[in-house]
Design a protein around this ligand. Structure first.
Ligand SMILES: Nc1ncnc2c1ncn2[C@@H]1O[C@H](COP(=O)(O)OP(=O)(O)OP(=O)(O)O)[C@@H](O)[C@H]1O
Ligand SMILES: [Mg+2]
Length: 580
């Protein structure tokens, strides 16, 4: 229980339903634990007494009415208890899922990229579901069963003491503590395996999402068989662990039943020797039976708590991950920045101990078109991603207009940066909506102007529903070049002082590239631009060129300077342009 304490605040919003559930649970417990045995003890003798003929029918009916009364009380309170606990459970699930999702939005890009998508989804869906189940069961049986147990034990004690004495009561109750042993044994077995099951559930969904994301590769490389057998393996591993839990969890109920049967048999022998009346004896058995039922249920509940704990562990991997990219406590308030960038002694690593950038010092005045070149993996994209704080530097600082990017509110910072990535992703929405993401609140006319500037207008109006055409999940219904032009239109619309183009024109054919070069020039005018391009036709025109090599800034200067003085730049350039 202590494990769940940090999450009790989720219950605050469902205080009312939980209070009602508790009340109904207590009523239910009293009706089942004590109501039924007392019914046997007090109602039956009146009806089956030797001189029945003397009891008026009306009185019998009134006594008999006790039966439906007890059962109705039990039914209604049981129903309401179930309803309110479920209600509270789904509300908590909703809040927890939302917090998990929100947290995923706030974490650095590298956290999300470093995890398996399917597993992250499984934690947000299956593990929260498991927790809801645990909570519902806890709220349900956690009240009903102890209440039943207590009232049944009170009834046993009352019956035994009133008819025979304390010794009989002790004999009757002797077996109850014994049931703790199977409960504890099974619980220990379940906890480890529960964590395994949730993990394997994550791995099954990872297989799913990876496979669907690579649908083209699977077909191109003929991987259907391999994928299916890998998926089958993951499913089999999941089932094996699930069955291990079933093996132990299912043993619990029979074990407790055997113990309780022994207890009842001992009571029987003792009652025979004590010469107990039939109705007292049956009432006693009923009460004893009513007290074992909650023990069974509480045992199952303790297993369920173990599973909930395992699910919580997995959720906390995300929930407890520190949000390193939080807004500063007292942010520097800025409007539109000019866009002067400076990198001071910047180092950056995705994983501690494996620096991707080191000792980077560079000043990029506002309005400079700055090209980043270097071999693949040199750190160009990582360098550019530090500006909008997709990641934070591990040492040094990145400044815009003399302000550390960490001193700005994230939303202020990112409003001043437009990013056109290598492989832009579109949302499953209309083309118009996708362009409007560049600047929510812009008008349709402004979006169309942006599309014209990005030379996307013509292909868009050629589509069946024009700007209202839906693009499919991730923009799958469009070609790579079309997606890139929509991403460019977003950037036009965003109209930010800092522009980051990461291979932004790599998917364009000769024609669209020619058409867009002019547009790009227009987009770049008056902005600070970080452009990562492999084509030297683009790079040569840049005011400033940064040459990256294995995480270090190897050289900086204009094309003429670098071509004369930097061997790496010269070899990169000459290799592509054939030595021109
Ligand atoms: N999300 C990530 N997690 C861990 N390491 C990463 C991640 N992204 C990139 N890296 C590593 O960081 C290094 C620099 O990568 P980066 O993407 O900055 O290179 P690049 O210069 O842009 O290369 P390219 O020209 O191929 O795009 C590479 O060694 C890469 O393996
Ligand atoms: Mg890159």
């Amino acid at each position: 229980m202590k494990r769940f304490r940090p999450y009790f605040h989720y219950l605050a919003s469902v205080r009312g339903p939980i209070a009602l559930a508790v009340l109904c649970g207590v009523l239910y417990g009293a009706a089942s634990g004590a109501g039924l045995p007392l019914l046997v003890k007090h109602v039956f003798p009146r009806i089956f007494s030797p001189d029945t003929s003397e009891v008026p029918l009306l009185q019998v009916a009134m006594v008999a009415a006790y039966i439906p009364f007890i059962f109705t009380l039990r039914a209604v309170s049981g129903y309401l208890n179930g309803y309110f606990t479920q209600f509270a459970g789904v509300r908590v699930l909703e809040a927890l899922r939302l917090d998990y999702f929100r947290k995923l939005q706030a974490l650095p890009l590298s956290f999300v990229q470093g995890k398996q998508t399917g597993d992250l989804m499984s934690r947000g869906l299956a593990d929260t579901q498991q927790l809801q189940f645990t909570l519902t069961l806890l709220a349900n049986d956690g009240i009903k069963q102890p209440a039943t147990l207590v009232s049944a034990l009170v009834a046993v004690a009352y019956l035994a003491v009133t008819s025979e004495g304390v010794l009989l009561a002790l004999v009757c109750l002797a077996a109850v503590p014994l049931t703790v042993f199977p409960v504890r044994f099974v619980g220990r077995k379940v906890i480890r395996r529960a964590a395994q099951v949730q993990g394997q559930l994550g791995s099954v969904s990872s297989h799913f999402s990876e496979n669907l994301a690579a649908a083209r590769e699977v077909r191109a490389f003929g991987l259907e068989e391999r994928e299916t057998s890998r998926f089958a393996e993951a499913c089999r591993a999941l089932i094996t662990s699930q069955m291990k839990i079933v093996k132990y969890a299912q043993a619990l109920t029979p074990a407790i039943e055997v113990i309780s049967a022994v207890g009842i048999a001992v009571t029987l022998v003792y009652a025979y020797r004590g010469g107990l009346a039939l109705e007292t004896f049956i009432a006693l058995i009923t009460a004893l039976y009513a007290s074992y039922e909650p023990v069974k249920k509480l045992g199952a509940l303790s297993n369920e708590l173990k599973r909930g704990t395992a699910a919580l562990d997995r959720l906390e991997v995300v929930l407890n991950e520190p949000v390193t990219l939080a807004d500063p406590a007292t942010p520097a308030l800025v409007g539109r920045l000019r866009g002067a960038l400076s990198f001071r002694d910047v180092a950056f690593a995705y994983q501690p101990g494996h620096p991707v950038l080191e000792g980077v010092n560079v000043e990029i005045p506002a309005g400079t078109v700055c090209a980043l070149v270097g071999p693949s993996g040199a750190g160009k994209s990582s360098f550019a991603n530090l500006v909008p704080r997709f990641h934070d530097v591990t040492a040094g600082a990145v400044l815009i207009d003399g302000l550390d990017v960490r001193a700005l509110r994230l939303s202020d910072l990112r409003r001043n940066v437009a990013v056109v990535p290598q492989d832009p992703v579109l949302f499953n929405d209309s083309i118009l909506a996708n362009i409007l993401l560049g600047r929510p609140g812009a008008t349709r006319a402004e979006a169309e102007t942006a599309a014209r500037d990005a030379s996307a207008h013509d292909f868009i109006t050629g589509m069946p529903q024009g700007y209202d055409t839906r693009v499919g999940e991730r923009g799958a219904a469009l070609s790579g070049g079309q997606r890139q032009r929509i991403a460019l239109a977003r950037a036009f619309l965003r109209d930010a002082p800092i522009l980051i183009l990461d291979e932004a024109t790599s998917a364009l054919d000769g024609d669209s590239e020619a058409a867009i070069q002019a547009a790009l020039k227009k987009l770049m005018a008056g902005r600070t631009v970080l452009i990562i391009a492999h084509r030297f036709s683009t790079i040569r025109d840049a005011t400033k060129i940064l040459v990256f090599d294995a995480g270090r800034l190897a050289a900086a200067g204009s094309h003429a300077e670098l071509h004369a003085a930097n061997a790496l730049y010269r070899s990169l350039h000459d290799r592509q342009t054939g030595g021109a």
